[in-house]
Design a protein around this ligand. Structure first.
Ligand SMILES: [Zn+2]
Length: 555
């Protein structure tokens, strides 16, 4: 190592006396292995950046002419550099909030959750809402939905606990009373109030029914939102994420993000999708058009997020045939067909991309039908229409996605989180085309990978591990769940870099390490291509660089 350093020092001295013919590099990344994901130049030894972009990628000797006494030399001491990782579908605000709320992600029983809520009640002023997120009845012994009675003893405070997928909430009796939800309350469109045999609410509300409570929660202040975004970005940088596709931003979120950007506080690139929960927001953007590359390419707003159904875990995913474990239901259609079509058509006309949430096979079919109909009427060439999750599909619909160039934005950890119960819900036939990223890819569908945090952990290496192994964090099952769907390490990494960039129209700017591309890098502690695959989720981030600036370092 001292030899490399000596060469660099000698060259710096040389260039202080003779004039330099190459443009000066501001950052020099050296003494490392660089996996560029650029097929023309796959492995390199040094990177030079200037003005937030890459100006050189290659061997160390070739980098020397760019170095002058002002260059910031980053000696990685044998570390590994990959392109900055992008989470194609996530919720920054939700992550920031979750870092503050009760985190129920690791809980495995009702009793454990009740204990946590009781402890929180003790330290919370009476009457103030207690919020939490992450419960999953599939991890409990009887796998049944909980009841408000399971939160007995917490009556001093209204309690609002979101299921891990965000598509169901569990509230206590105080919350039900406060929100006047009783036997006479009708199910709202696109939602379900679960009831006992006497018709009384059980305290679990699915999809749009959650709004009956949600609308009574204290409205987050601007200060809350700022804090959540800042905390979430900090967590992302720690985990090596340099870009996030935020799947559903409201007007207030956009205001806060723009304010933070103006203050120079964005530490990652944000690709914002507009939430359709605020119709006025969509109307305004349909008039003003997309906002691309704001704040030195840190913020882009050019996508509309829609919802065709709920989620599989809470039986809100819309299926063509009834649930295999509950023949009385096919799930929930969140937005009407006509609405999906109308917004898609108008979004395309106004220059927007559409990203529609679809989990069940029926929801996916509806979205593909909608996209095809809209494209037939307005054949936008480079539309990059996306389906978020694309979880349960039929074989013909996979072919239709390929044919219409519809991107599947998938979350590998959803497969490994859902695998203990997904087959029960879907049966042995439908499961073959569920979480089927290999089948999709082989059929010619373009993929993008993400985590959907805070529904899953934000760590992208968990996603890479899940995509490659189809195993949980304990490496079960031994050969992987439906192992024929495995990705290679290269493909998994592309899912979180070049393919995610494509889903954001940014494949010519980011996702690879190549001259002219953005200087976004994730630096890791081990060789991702040569470690045993079960260690992929143990990879540690040493440094995260965005726009040629270090936003996280533990070196
Ligand atoms: Zn999401």
């Amino acid at each position: 190592m001292w030899q490399k350093k000596s060469i660099i020092i000698i060259v710096i001295l040389m260039f202080t006396t003779i004039s330099c013919i190459k443009p000066p590099g501001q950052m020099v990344i050296t003494n490392c292995t660089i996996y560029t994901l650029d097929g023309n130049n796959p492995i390199a030894e040094a990177i030079i950046t200037a003005d937030g972009k890459i100006i050189y990628v290659g061997d160390e000797m070739g980098s020397l002419p760019y170095i002058n006494e002002d260059s910031q030399i980053i000696d990685l001491n044998g570390g590994y550099v990959i392109p900055g990782l992008i989470d194609a579908h996530c919720h920054l605000n939700g992550l920031g909030k979750m870092l503050e709320d009760l985190n129920l992600m690791e809980t495995t029983s009702i009793a454990e959750i009740r204990e946590m809520v009781l402890a929180k009640v003790k330290e919370t002023e009476p009457g103030k809402w207690i919020q939490g997120r992450g419960w999953d009845q599939n991890k409990w012994k009887d796998q049944k939905f909980p009841h408000w009675r399971d939160l007995n003893g917490t009556e001093r405070n209204p309690v609002y606990l979101r299921r891990v997928d965000g598509h169901a909430v569990w509230v206590n009796n105080t919350a039900l009373e406060l929100c006047s939800i009783d036997a006479d309350t009708p199910d709202p469109p696109g939602g379900l109030i679960l009831r006992d045999s006497a018709g009384q609410p059980t305290g679990v509300l699915l999809d749009n029914a959650a709004d009956l409570v949600k609308n009574n929660l204290p409205v987050p202040s601007k200060e809350d939102r700022r804090r959540w975004f800042l905390q979430a970005m900090k967590e992302c940088s720690r985990l090596g994420l340099t870009g996030a596709g935020d799947a559903g931003m409201k007007r207030e979120d956009i205001e806060v993000i723009k304010e933070l950007a103006e203050e120079g506080k964005l530490t990652m690139r944000i690709y914002a999708m507009l939430s359709d929960e605020d119709p006025d927001l969509l109307e305004d953007y349909f008039i003003s058009g997309p906002e691309i590359g704001l704040y030195d390419d840190l913020l882009t707003i050019r996508t509309v997020k829609l919802y065709a159904d709920g989620a599989l875990g809470s039986k809100g995913a819309l299926l063509c045939q009834p649930y295999s474990d509950q023949l009385s239901t096919v799930g929930i259609n969140v937005d009407s067909l006509e609405y999906l079509y109308d917004i898609t058509k108008r979004a395309l006309a106004a220059g927007f991309q559409v990203a529609a949430h679809a989990i069940g096979d029926s929801a996916n079919k509806i979205v593909i039908d909608t996209y095809q109909r809209a494209l037939q009427e307005n054949p936008v060439k480079n539309h990059r229409l996306r389906i978020e999750h694309a979880q349960v599909l039929s074989e013909p619909d996979i072919a239709r996605m390929a044919e219409s160039n519809i991107i599947a934005s998938m979350q590998p950890t959803h497969a490994t989180s859902d695998m203990p119960w997904a087959e029960q819900r879907l049966g042995s036939e439908r499961i073959r085309y569920a979480y089927a990223w290999r089948t999709l890819k082989d059929a010619g569908v373009k993929l993008a990978f993400g985590s959907d945090f805070p529904i899953e952990y934000p760590n992208p290496f968990y996603g890479i591990h899940a995509a490659v192994t189809r195993q949980d964090k304990d490496n079960n099952p031994p050969d992987g769940w439906y192992p024929e769907q495995k990705m290679t390490v290269m493909e998994a990494l592309q899912g979180f870099t070049t393919w995610a960039a494509y889903a954001q129209f940014q494949e010519e700017e980011t996702g690879m390490i190549r001259p002219g591309y953005k200087a976004d890098f994730t630096i890791i502690d081990r060789d991702i291509f040569h470690i045993p695959q079960e260690q992929l989720d143990d990879i540690q981030v040493l440094m995260t660089i965005v726009k040629g600036e270090i936003v996280y370092s533990k070196m």
